[in-house]
Ligand binder design. Structure first.
Ligand code: ADP
Ligand code: ASP
Ligand code: MG
Length: 412
């Protein structure tokens, strides 16, 4: 008998038939003798619909009220799933985040889980019930409802799994595992049977939305194995787990893309100490995460040009802050571009190989794709390119590193 957390994403609970399908899967696990906690997302498209409603009211909705609004999608699915389970003769009970409780900080729209009370869930499990938990939401110290950022139900699931010390966290979605790249844009993408936490962390943070990045952080920290699989078939999925020695032999294991960033360029700022600090401090104070930054010497003597990227959701706020800062420090011009994408290659084996960056740049050059910015770490290389080249770039990189061919690990 195992203690299992099963998470079902939006497409998997997209209509009543699919909710029935989910209930049948939960029942299967229960009938095999397992104890099951289920975490569900809102029905496909519902969260987007709620966001659009708010935008009809104002382009800049109050953040607290926004979380009250967007958290409602999950309330619908937990009730429908618990009802369905009961109608099939299986005792079940649904809970919202605050009822559990899933405690978070107060960063509305991107809150972090600070603690989960497990007693109520364990009590229900002891009584033979299936526990159905609303993903994506929590409650802060002042009892405000919070949400965890888009895709946050993954994080709810893994955090709940860590809290109740589950044996495994199963993430059921609309693809049957983690692939070398998004299978929906690259037909040659290959399913990985295993991937290390670190590589998955990089893939998630660089755009592979199959798992929310914080869910992988939790999994790594508390050593929760994640099994990513399809809710529509029984194919074996992908196990996200600790790094194993043979995984290191793979130089590049995945390609990702992210179209959710925008670029801000500040031209001809004085090239003197303290300028970058003055520009970036107010951006950090506004809780905006800056991703890539490059500084180059300007065509104008004694000046520098700065370019950086921020999430599109924070773009207008960041632009406004930068324009104020530039007025203060005496920069000449602020440019912006929302039509960019970041393509990245990832692999723990890059640590010990030198030629990877050159291979990546050549592959993009062969397709005539211009690289606007570059950033590297031990196990990834990212390039900013024009967003219209995204799919082409992903396929070219997938081909260049022959990711369609199984690696040593995958052959096992
Ligand atoms: P859910 O609603 O179940 O949470 P998501 O849409 O958030 O599902 O995540 C699944 C999607 O992630 C897939 O449909 C796929 O398009 C995308 N994806 C991006 N990169 C990858 C990858 N490397 N492997 C698998 N899926 C990926
Ligand atoms: N419903 C939320 C979203 O669409 C959370 C999730 O699906 O994980 O982002
Ligand atoms: Mg998701």
């Amino acid at each position: 008998m195992a203690l299992v957390v099963q998470k079902f994403g939006g497409t998997s609970v997209g209509d009543i038939e699919r909710i029935k399908n989910v209930a049948r899967r939960v029942l299967d696990a229960k009938n095999q003798g397992h104890q099951v906690v289920v975490v569900v997302s809102a029905m496909a498209g519902e969260t987007d619909k709620l966001i659009r409603l708010a935008q009809q009211v104002t382009p800049d909705p109050d953040e607290r009220e926004m979380d009250v609004l967007v958290s409602t999608g999950e309330q619908v699915t937990i009730a429908l799933l618990a009802m369905t389970l009961k109608s099939m003769g299986c005792d079940a009970k649904s809970y919202l985040g605050f009822q559990i409780k899933i405690a978070t900080d107060s960063a509305f729209g991107k809150a972090r889980i600070t603690g989960i009370e497990s007693e109520k869930m364990l009590e229900d499990l002891r009584n033979g019930r299936v526990v159905v938990v609303a993903g994506f939401q929590g409650v802060d110290e002042s009892e405000n409802i919070t949400t965890l950022g888009r895709g946050g139900s993954d994080t709810t699931a893994v955090a709940v799994a860590a809290a109740i010390r589950a044996d495994v966290c199963e993430i059921y979605t609309d693809v049957d595992g983690v692939y070398t790249t998004d299978p929906n844009i690259c037909p040659k993408a290959r399913k990985l049977s295993r991937i290390s936490y670190d590589e998955m962390l990089e893939m998630a943070s660089l755009g592979a939305k199959v798992l929310q990045i914080r869910s992988v952080e939790f999994a790594k920290k508390y050593d929760v194995p994640i099994h990513v699989r399809s809710s529509f078939n029984d194919n074996p999925g992908t196990l996200v787990c600790k790094e194993e020695r043979e995984m290191e032999r793979v130089v590049v294991s995945g390609v990702t893309y992210n179209k959710n960033e925008a670029k801000i360029e500040i031209m001809r700022v004085p090239d003197i100490p303290g300028v970058a600090a003055k520009l970036f401090k107010p951006i950090a104070d506004a809780n905006i995460v800056v991703d890539m930054i490059i500084q180059t010497s300007s065509t104008e003597k004694g000046c520098a040009d700065l370019a950086f990227t921020v999430p599109k959701t924070d773009f207008s706020k960041a632009l406004q802050i930068v324009k104020e800062g530039v007025r203060e420090i005496g920069g000449k011009e602020v440019l912006s571009d929302e039509n960019i994408a970041k393509v990245s290659i990832i692999g723990v084996g890059m640590r010990s190989h030198s030629n990877v960056a050159a291979q990546m740049f050549s592959a993009l050059a062969r397709e005539g794709i211009n690289i606007q910015m570059i950033s590297t770490s031990e196990i990834k290389i990212s390039c900013i390119i024009g967003s219209k080249y995204t799919e082409l770039a992903v396929r070219a990189l997938h081909d260049a590193f022959e990711l369609d061919k199984p690696s040593v690990t995958e052959e096992k």
